[in-house]
Write a protein that binds this ligand. Structure first.
Ligand code: ADP
Ligand code: MG
Length: 676
């Protein structure tokens, strides 16, 4: 399957587009054709696999002394035997007509590819066998030994199976992306009778007031009625800079809300919303091709022309030396068939599809095959702290400040999505209205309550304000216990300090240990303070700790570590997103923000962090198996080419050639299944 992007004006209907597609020489399957088509393809594969087995049994059964019915025995009833083979193989030719047509078209355009090799091999072999069939009917009965129909049929079958798996793999990637991450979130929060209510996206109705906090995605198209923010609309506009949004501005479903708390009125729902962009995302997703897959393309790019030359050479030399047209044709067909790198096309997609499937069974969502390949080169793993190494379910354990201050803090935090915010707001009964809310990732939040500016965040945030810290002593005490600290302050005074304790995720220590044993460097990268970071790191035996960093500094550190594309980053927050994107492989954890899910290549769907080790195991094994597959895919074929030329003492005919080819495909299939 290949993809194309078509740009068109709004006034065109699906019919118009289909007409263009058909004029350009393609077939349109309509808007939803894919699913049906895939089922049909699967049925065809099954039917032809059965036919293939029957065909092989009839044509080879006697060689293996298997009981073949007399009426189909090549010696006893040669004419019926020939008729059955011709008819069955003709069906295969019809089945594989797309491959043959494409192969010939590519030769015509002087760009022979794998299809050309297959197409020419199949056609020459079929034509030659057909010619011999005519001889059989003319009474030349021993010509039944010169029928090589099954070779044509088997080649088509194997190429078809390879293509099917490849398409399926891509379709799966597209589906996952559609359902899970990239476009719109599955849930949204609406305001009902003054309360926040989490609902499924299809329950949101036109006119509903929808809430969006920093780091979340806009659920449906709408217009802002409260608050201001910046959003990322790059997936639609291609503009990578955040767009500033204020009351009255439109927001687009699927875009990401960076830093403000907004309420907006739902306008366009479901089919009407700007989801036409799905098309673009889908195209992007299907166009990802692991570098190792390109290696297979590259090999066959050189391989194919070389084989054509060898085939023609062996034909000519056989004709000159042996002066026998049958031998010459046999050599030509044998070379084409034996060299046909069908298994090469199967080698990568098969292993990838098996691995990605296995990952998703274990709750690891791998967005592209590139990332699975990149895993094998990783030697440095960087963990974010809050919400990644720790559960992110923090408990307030220490606090200085009165009730009124706490109410202000809760009001501010109710607009944020940070794990700390969720814990502080947990049992809030009444909160104030907050205006001009803004989140400063890695530092804290700010907003206006009753006309006064309030800030909540870490001491770095406090320091940036240049006011006296009257809670220095408390901070030291709390952080010695490994607590995360939140200050509440105004433009000129610190009001309150809160210490929150978090729990390290279960198994986390074993996971870190395991990574160390694998020889990986483990780094903690956190926006939290030095003391707290150190205590958690010590508990986990992480020696390299970078603390007190802003999102930009996280990004810088990852860029520094990722110079050889060897750094994997795991995180959950808004502040991790740039770093996740910059790492060779970005992994977001369960409960991560939409923005971090979006920025990463892999999403962990369950809390158990052993998934990280699993990801390494599967990734490494996949690459090993793909390399083995590529080797086996070429090994038989290359070894057999000299024999196929018929110029040496030992030689093979097209039937043995097809057997060798089948064998290499078979090895690849069996080898890939080891990944399950
Ligand atoms: P990590 O990098 O470990 O996940 P973050 O960068 O998300 O941590 O947060 C670092 C620190 O910034 C927190 O420990 C906290 O003090 C402060 N902070 C961030 N967001 C908030 C918020 N919404 N409310 C209060 N403090 C915050
Ligand atoms: Mg975090």
């Amino acid at each position: 399957m290949a993809t194309a992007a078509i740009e068109y004006q709004d006034n065109l209907s699906v019919k118009d587009i289909e007409k263009f597609v058909e004029d350009a020489g393609f077939k349109s399957l309509g808007e939803k054709g894919n699913e049906k088509e895939s089922k049909k393809d699967f049925k065809l594969i099954i039917i032809f696999t059965i036919l293939g087995i029957i065909l092989m049994y009839i044509s080879m059964g006697h060689m293996l002394n298997l009981p073949v019915p007399e009426s189909l025995n090549m010696e006893i009833s040669p004419k019926l035997y020939t008729t059955v083979l011709v008819s069955l193989t003709t069906l295969f030719l019809i089945f594989g007509r797309d491959i043959i047509q494409n192969g010939i078209k590519n030769i015509w355009h002087k760009m022979p590819n794998m299809d050309s090799l297959v197409g020419i091999g199949v056609i020459v072999n079929y034509a030659y066998s057909l010619y011999n069939s005519i001889l059989v009917f003319r009474g030349n009965l021993h010509e039944t030994h010169n029928l090589y129909f099954e070779a044509s049929a088997m080649i088509i079958l194997f190429v078809k199976i390879g293509r099917y798996i490849d398409t399926k793999n891509k379709a799966k990637a597209v589906d996952t992306i559609k359902n899970l991450v990239t476009i719109t979130p599955q849930n949204g929060v609406i305001l009902k009778d003054g309360k926040e209510k989490r609902v499924k996206i299809n329950e949101i109705k036109k006119g509903d007031i929808v809430i969006c906090k920093p780091g979340e995605k806009i659920a449906v198209d709408g217009a802002i009625i409260k608050g201001n923010t910046h959003t990322d609309e790059s997936f639609i506009t291609g503009e990578s800079n955040p767009v500033s949004k204020k009351i009255g501005d439109n927001v687009i479903a699927g875009s990401i809300n960076y830093d403000g708390y907004i309420e907006y009125e739902a306008e366009k729902i479901g089919k009407d919303s700007s989801i036409s962009n799905i098309v673009q995302m889908v195209v992007e997703a299907t166009n990802t091709k692991a570098p190792i897959a390109r290696l297979a393309d590259k090999i066959s790019g050189k391989f194919v022309p070389a084989i054509f030359i060898i085939a023609i050479l062996s034909f000519t030399l056989n004709l000159i030396i042996k002066q026998n047209i049958t031998t010459a044709i046999l050599a030509l067909v044998s070379v084409l068939v034996v060299a046909c790198p069908c298994a090469l096309g199967l080698a990568t997609p098969l292993a990838m599809v098996v691995s990605i499937g296995r990952c998703s069974k274990k709750g690891i969502l791998v967005k592209s095959s590139e990332s699975l390949e990149a895993i094998s080169k990783i030697d440095t793993i960087v963990f974010d702290k809050t919400g990644t190494l720790t559960l992110g379910r923090l408990q307030i354990v220490d606090m200085v400040g009165d009730e009124e201050n706490f109410k202000i803090l809760q009001s501010l935090e109710s607009k944020s999505n940070h794990p700390i915010a969720k814990s502080i707001v947990a049992d809030a009964s009444q909160i104030y209205d907050v205006y001009n809310f803004e989140e400063i990732p890695g530092m804290g939040i700010k907003g206006q309550i009753n006309g006064k500016n309030y800030f909540a965040g870490n001491n770095k945030f406090l320091k940036s304000k240049d006011i006296k810290n009257t809670f220095q002593k408390e901070e030291e005490q709390y952080s010695k216990k490994g607590e995360s600290i939140v200050y509440l302050f105004t433009d000129n005074k610190v009001l309150s300090i809160v210490g929150l304790a978090d729990e390290i995720k279960p198994n986390m220590k074993e996971v870190i240990n395991n990574l160390h044993k694998k020889g990986k460097k483990v780094v903690m990268l956190t926006g939290d303070n030095k003391e707290t970071a150190r205590i958690i790191a010590d508990k986990l035996q992480i020696t390299e700790v970078v603390s007190d960093v802003s999102p930009q500094e996280k990004l810088k550190k990852i860029k520094e570590l990722n110079q050889n594309k060897n750094c994997l980053m795991i995180g959950d927050g808004i502040n991790d997103s740039p770093a996740l994107k910059a790492a060779a492989v970005g992994v977001s954890v369960q409960n991560g923000t939409d923005i971090s899910n979006d920025a990463s290549d892999v999403i962990l769907l369950n809390e158990n962090m052993e998934s990280v080790c699993e990801l390494f195991n599967i990734g490494n094994k996949t690459i090993k198996i793909i390399k083995e597959n590529l080797f086996w895919a070429l090994f038989y074929n290359v070894c057999m080419i000299p024999l196929a030329t018929g110029l040496f003492q030992l030689s093979i005919n097209p039937m043995l050639a097809s057997l060798a080819m089948t064998l290499s495909s078979f090895t690849v299939v069996i080898n890939s299944l080891r990944l399950i």
